[in-house]
Write a protein that binds this ligand. Structure first.
Ligand SMILES: *Cc1c(COP(=O)(O)O)cnc(C)c1O
Length: 387
């Protein structure tokens, strides 16, 4: 069965009322008929739910859908993307281990790696998203995992998953991919050999800016380790959020198609605009890693970024000139969102760090929504007139 069909048709739980839409199981714990049934559940001899920190029917349905979409064997859902990422590190890295990490990654992931992993005696090295051919030289005898995002946030660099997987397999390293920007309907890292895939479900998976969530999928034996870590440390996804996310996945493919076709049109039409120095979108032929995007991504996703010739001040004026697009920290919503990283999310970085992560002063990131593309274009065009 097509994975998208499988995800849409997955319904793991219903009550005797035979609901067509899965009901919500807002319960912290589950009952047993007798002592024997309870013993078997605690001995892991049955799949019965015990307690919603361990498992819950709504959470299971969301995970089953993600497993189908990503082509994985198993998964575990968490309260946020960050708790999924943290669990994927802490379940496999221990004192004395080394993590090889792409330097263009989500801000809070940076903080976890730089500030907290060293407290546990875990080393790390950053490598450039643009130069995977240099990664092998950074592998050490104690390297255990490669962690990356592709496309990267917010610079939209594309990393060749097949190439990095060959490297990971050669050195027996776990390949852990944050697939948040592409989503599984556009790119399936497991098809290229990834061992673990992590997501912030808060973004495109929900796609409507309503709930926080995260998920990790991958090989069964690896997910078992993640499950044991999470079951004890408690980053469980709430059943309500899982119910919302589970419904969202049924429309993920059609939503992403429209996000991507809107984004491609915006990128194409604005690429030669006089106020814009460069425009980046994975499916634009001018993208430096366009050939890799064609190989591993079905469409280019919903994020477009461009650099304003006028730098920091132009960036501010652009943001102030917008009338329809939202100025907010999220991305992956039905409504288009603009952000100016140099004056907001990345304002605390030093000039050198900003250059390192490709945050130029005039960089604008647009999370392209589901509005009519002409309305989005018109708002961007009139804001460009302002800067
Ligand atoms: C937002 C985001 C995260 C963190 O997810 P939360 O749900 O906010 O915890 C991780 N990775 C990427 C690429 C993101 O965009």
């Amino acid at each position: 069965m097509d994975p998208i069909t499988a995800a849409i048709r997955t319904q793991t739980s219903r009550t005797n009322e035979m609901e067509h839409s899965t009901p919500m199981f807002l319960t912290s714990s589950f009952c047993f008929e007798d002592a024997e049934e309870m013993r078997a559940a605690f001995a892991d001899e049955s799949e019965d739910n015990i307690y919603s920190r361990f498992s819950n029917p709504n959470v299971k349905e969301f995970v089953d859908k993600m497993v189908a979409l990503e082509g994985a064997e198993a998964g575990y859902a968490t309260a946020t993307g960050m708790s999924a990422i943290f669990a994927s590190f802490m379940s496999f890295l221990k004192q004395g281990d080394h993590l090889l990490c792409c330097s263009s990654i989500f801000g809070s992931t940076h903080t976890v790696i730089k500030k907290y992993l060293p407290n546990f005696g875990i080393e790390y090295s950053y490598v450039s998203a643009e130069k995977p051919e240099e990664w092998e030289a950074a592998i050490k005898p104690n390297t255990k995992m490669i962690y990356l995002e592709t496309p990267t946030n917010p610079g939209l660099a594309i990393i060749d998953l097949e190439f990095v997987n060959t490297l990971a397999k050669k050195h027996k390293l776990l390949l852990n991919v944050d697939n948040c920007f592409a989503t599984p309907v556009n790119q399936r890292p497991i098809d290229f050999g990834a061992d673990l895939v992590v997501h912030s479900a808060t973004k495109w998976l929900d796609g409507q800016g309503r709930v926080l969530g995260g998920v990790i999928v991958g090989k069964k034996e690896l997910i078992q380790d993640i499950y044991l870590f999470c079951r004890s440390t408690g980053p469980a996804l709430s059943p309500f959020n899982a119910w919302v996310l589970s419904k969202s996945l049924e429309t993920l493919d059609v939503r992403m198609e429209r996000h991507a076709s809107n984004a491609l049109k915006i990128a194409t039409q604005l690429e030669t605009h006089e106020k814009i120095e460069w425009m980046k979108y994975p499916k634009l032929p001018s993208h430096p890693q366009h050939a890799i995007a064609v190989k591993q991504m079905k469409n280019g996703g919903g994020i477009v970024c461009f650099n304003l010739k006028g730098g920091l001040e132009s960036g501010r004026r652009f943001m102030n000139g917008l009338k329809m697009l939202s100025l907010t920290a999220n991305l992956g919503d039905t409504r288009s969102i603009a952000s100016h990283p140099a004056s907001t999310t990345h304002a605390k970085l030093s000039e050198a760090e900003r250059i390192d992560t490709n945050i130029t002063p005039g960089l604008i990131r647009i999370s392209v929504g589901l509005e009519h593309v002409d309305d989005i274009l018109q708002d961007i065009l009139q804001a460009l007139d302002n800067c």
